[in-house]
Design a protein around this ligand. Sequence first.
Ligand code: G4F
Length: 332
Amino acid sequence: MPIEVKRALITGITGQDGSYLAEHLLSVGYQVHGMARRVAIPETEDRFKRISHIMDRITLHSASLENYASLYRLVANQEFTECYHLAAQSFVPDSFADEFTSMETNVLGTQYLIAALRDVQPECRVYFAGSSEMFGEVRQVPQDEQTNFHPRSPYGISKVAGFHLARNFREAYDMHCSSGILFNHESPRRGSEFVTRKIASGAAKIFLGLETELVLGNLEARRDWGHAADYVAAMSLMLQQDDPDDYVVASGEDHSVRDFCEAAFSCVDLDYRDYVRSDPRFMRPAEVSRLLGDATKAREKLGWQPKYTFQDLVREMVEHDLDMWSKYRYIR
Ligand code: G4F
């Protein structure tokens, strides 16, 4: 009897998580499809840089989360075994700057996508990318699946709404919808606006003499940072379970932004205190001071286990940026 090949649709395939997930699913024999918006921007190459090495092994479809008709057409014409909904406006400060677009993309986009799947292929298993930002002003340390949400940004609120949408599709229509409540996950593929990449790249540039200081916001904020490659494996495990459910995915260790600076600068034998300063320009209207996750359920029920330590993560990011910026220095 022929073995059925699983077909996965990834929204947000061009992002950090989408690219690692696509690699992971290809490695276990999936046919991988990605959804990407058509936009007329000059940096097209840049947009696809995280998936350029697997472009010939995946299929891209043009559709947009802001447009229900485009999503409906996609899922009406293609059958998928699993859908990983990762696409979102994911940078917290931008959600303060333009909350309307964040809400539209993150809330309505989620509703459009899962509703289209319900209408034409309700058997497709769905993963929704929840976030530890949903906990916000935390009610309990560490946070697990029972902790109440108290989001502190339009982004966090949009993710709480998406989480409940996914849960309701599960309860009302018996769909296999699961949400991962992922704590911060980083890698050399992280966007340059996020604090870890800003620090790794700042340390590399200062070491190479390309810059003289690194200006950040709140150095005392604490996050539970893991590696994105480890976290996408948890997403896939969730959709292999008989029953859909929600899971916290976290390292179980928290560090401050200051700790991250110290670790990154020490990779290049520098003392961060000589180069890093804090500026109110990068402070948020409402800050999430400390996030720390308890991933016991994911470990016990999914058998999920991260491979990277905090030190491994910082070192990989700094080494990547050293390599990248040393080439830049050479051609300058
Ligand atoms: O790296 P961040 O911008 O990530 P944040 O806001 O925690 O959100 C990320 O992780 C979430 C998972 O929990 C995702 F859902 C979300 O989409 C995103 O991927 O900031 C981390 C911390 C914050 O407390 C921020 O105030 O670092 C602090 N920070 C201090 N200086 C800074 C800076 N953040 C940024 N981006 N830039 C700074 O200069």
